[in-house]
Design a binder for this molecule. Structure first.
Ligand code: AMP
Ligand code: MG
Length: 392
């Protein structure tokens, strides 16, 4: 059986960034990756500017100065500051010719048309930002590979970008399978249960930057499942199937995928929960068959789908993020496969959560990590460093 690392390698070999597309860089692009180097179109600031409310002066002058004009932000100076003169100026205004510093108004005494600067240590350049101090026209200020963040969106606006090349978000289709499944509005009867994987996986896909599409519930019937998968595949870049991927008589997903011509790269990974996980491709599309138990589907997503989505989005390091953390409690286990146990991490520590098994969503809803336990008997005392899968 494939180890997690080997399976992940296969997924990441086949998950490639989609061709970049021009898009308006706005808040809907948060978390996307810029696919080009971007240069400043202008010097910034575009003029030498006052950083304080006060008086634009010549630092070398002494004695009282005559106030000859007033300059608010957004107005061009019309006259220069000559020796013995000052111009009343406000934060963000263009520095007038002749002036080389701004005396803060809190350190000035004004009487009629005269101002006396009480700040004795005022030197040239004080409270002034020279033109081009932040960036000069033509300089590359955003590197390809940068993540779109709020500050980056501000920067893009600052360099006049109304469009830039971004790796597009993949459409992530989610189709839950199982005759026993009903929607959340329904009260389950006669062996039914509610479909919890659907909403969970859609949200996981959205959190990772995909465009989630809900394809509802497919039945455990070969013909009907084939047509449900076919339609979902048509409209998805990444398709997540949940349930029906194991070895039972009603686990039809592997068979149906094969009949549709999906290339199956692996089926089963040496991990717990989530062993029966399946990964295939169909043209450039990725297909994941996640086991139906919510814990299995969740861990399968975080270990394989999340890195695939990050790779498609153009992230240089797609993860998963596994880091050592210091155990807060003693931990004893004996699993036949490497096991991902729900846990809560806070800074450098991790605390294992109570968990009754892979159907236990209550436990998952409280955690932000999984402790990775090796196969076989393990006894970890509190204070031991353990590998921890950290959720985004
Ligand atoms: P399967 O992988 O189809 O064999 O399902 C394994 C277990 O997960 C069974 O107990 C199913 O009833 C349950 N299950 C399957 N799909 C879902 C789902 N979408 N939501 C909640 N439980 C599910
Ligand atoms: Mg099933």
């Amino acid at each position: 059986m494939l180890e997690v690392a080997a399976a992940l390698e296969i997924v990441l070999r086949l998950a490639r960034p989609s061709p970049p597309r021009a898009a308006a860089p706005d808040a809907t692009a948060l978390g996307q990756i810029v696919a080009e180097d971007l240069a400043a179109d202008l010097d910034s600031p575009p003029f030498t500017k006052a950083l304080m409310d006060g008086y634009a002066i010549r630092a070398g002058d002494t004695g009282p100065r005559t106030v000859v004009d007033e300059l608010p932000a957004g107005k061009s100076p019309t006259i220069a500051v000559n020796p013995g003169e000052a111009i009343r100026i406000f934060t963000g205004a263009v520095m007038p010719d002749g002036a080389d510093a701004v005396a803060m108004q809190e350190r000035c005494e004004r009487a009629g048309d005269t101002v006396q600067v009480t700040d004795s240590g005022l030197t040239a350049g004080k409270n002034v930002l020279p033109r081009g101090a932040e960036m000069t026209a033509g300089e590359i200020v955003v590197q390809a590979g940068s993540v779109v963040t709020p500050a980056l969106l501000g920067l893009l606006a600052g360099i006049g970008r109304t469009e830039s090349l971004l790796y597009p978000r993949p459409r992530v289709g989610v189709l839950a399978t199982g005759n026993e499944l009903v929607g959340p509005a329904q009260r389950p009867v006669d062996g039914q249960i509610r479909n919890t994987n659907g909403p969970m996986l859609l949200a996981q896909a959205a959190r990772l930057g995909g465009i989630p599409t809900d394809f509802g519930i497919g039945p455990d019937d070969e013909e009907e499942l084939r047509s449900a998968i076919q339609s979902a595949l048509d409209l998805s870049d990444v398709l997540l199937l949940a349930g029906g991927v194991s070895v039972g008589d009603y686990d039809l997903v592997p068979k149906v995928l094969a009949s549709l011509g999906v290339d199956i790269h692996f089926h089963k990974v040496r991990m717990k929960p989530g062993k029966p996980l399946l990964f295939g491709t169909f043209g450039g599309k990725l297909v994941f068959g996640l086991p139906g138990n919510p814990g299995s589907a969740f861990v399968g997503f975080e270990l394989f789908v999340a890195p695939a989505l990050r790779a498609i989005l153009g992230y240089a390091d797609p993860g998963p993020r596994v880091r050592p953390r210091i155990l807060s409690n003693d931990l004893k286990a004996n699993h036949d496969r490497p096991t991902y146990h729900p846990a809560i991490t806070d800074d450098d520590r991790v605390t294992v959560s109570p968990w009754i098994g892979s159907s236990d969503l209550r436990s998952l809803a409280r955690v932000n990590a999984f402790v990775v336990l090796p196969a076989g008997p393990v006894v970890f005392a509190a204070g031991t460093a353990v590998n921890t899968l950290i959720l985004v």
